[in-house]
Ligand binder design. Sequence first.
Ligand code: ACO
Length: 334
Amino acid sequence: MKSVQRAAITAVSHYVPEDIYPNTWFESKIETSDEWIRSRTGIIERRFAPQDMATSHMIVRASERMFADFSIDKSTIDCVVVATVTPDYVFPSTAAIVQNALGLKAWGFDLSAACSGFVFALETARRMVESGGARRVLVCGADKMSSIINFEDRATCVLFGDGAGVVLVESIEDDTVGILDAFMGMDGSGCDSLRMEAGGSRHPASHETVEKKMHYAYQDGKTVFKSAVVQMADAAYQIMSRNNLTGDDVRWLVPHQANLRIIDATAERMGLSPEKVMINIEKYGNTTAGTIPICLSEWHAKGQLDYGDTVVLACFGGGYTWGSMLLKWAIKRT
Ligand code: ACO
């Protein structure tokens, strides 16, 4: 019997909307300042998609770019997984819309794990590929957070942005690279601290839900911060320690980009110097499921990711959900 081959990310790309909204844009709308946003979060600007651009549109643009850049025959993709909390519709899935728009022959589904969505989707794809259940999986992390932001709530509206990142996951011959390990966690007691209450079966859309602004993302920032800072650092630390790695062994930490202070705490717990940490929160804010694949795509495009680099992904999000992944980068520099 043929031995199971390791799954790897073999292609990557991203799309962010063109329109840039600097912190100063909010100053005339709510009581806030560029200084507060920068110092509390690390964010300087973010991108918001135009009204007629949905999450699927951003994924399709990122995917088309990836197919072109990596000469991918799209007929070989047999599954699409979309991690998002801002699907185009409650149903059908955004995966189905993407599959049709890209002309794929794949099956697929959406996955909801908020800011941990991409890592959860990547782990799902890895398991599918390594079990032989799929050959090539298009894994998408994308959110149009501007569609669920209350632009009158200064505690949340300044934090988020829109964007999409995509990767291709498949098995590879070289067993020195690929996805080596994953560590996932969830604690549903955090549900109330970070949520969008209405639009589902518990509170279907009604005049009342609209009047009470229940269709917006709500976050108890301080409570979430306390959990995020512990769990994201802990997830990254756990995956290092169970693989006998120290900070010296890790080339890149790719953290979810929610807050620079959470990222710094994670890097410190891992014993990493700042130049080993991918950070682009200053340009995009928190794009939820998009942050990690957008980082991977940008660093690949800049030629700063080398074949064989040891990379740790780390995330924390609504649920609560959290996770980390250990990989050896499997894309050669172009
Ligand atoms: N401008 C100015 N002042 C503000 C703003 C703003 N935009 N927002 C809040 N404030 C005020 C608050 O009202 C508060 O004022 P008060 O002391 O008079 O009550 C003060 O600033 C401090 O507020 P805190 O909430 O304590 O600020 P904190 O330092 O905690 O930063 C933040 C807030 C940035 C939201 C932080 O708590 C955070 O990053 N939380 C975690 C985010 C996260 O990791 N989320 C998970 C992923 S997201 C997902 O899964 C979709």
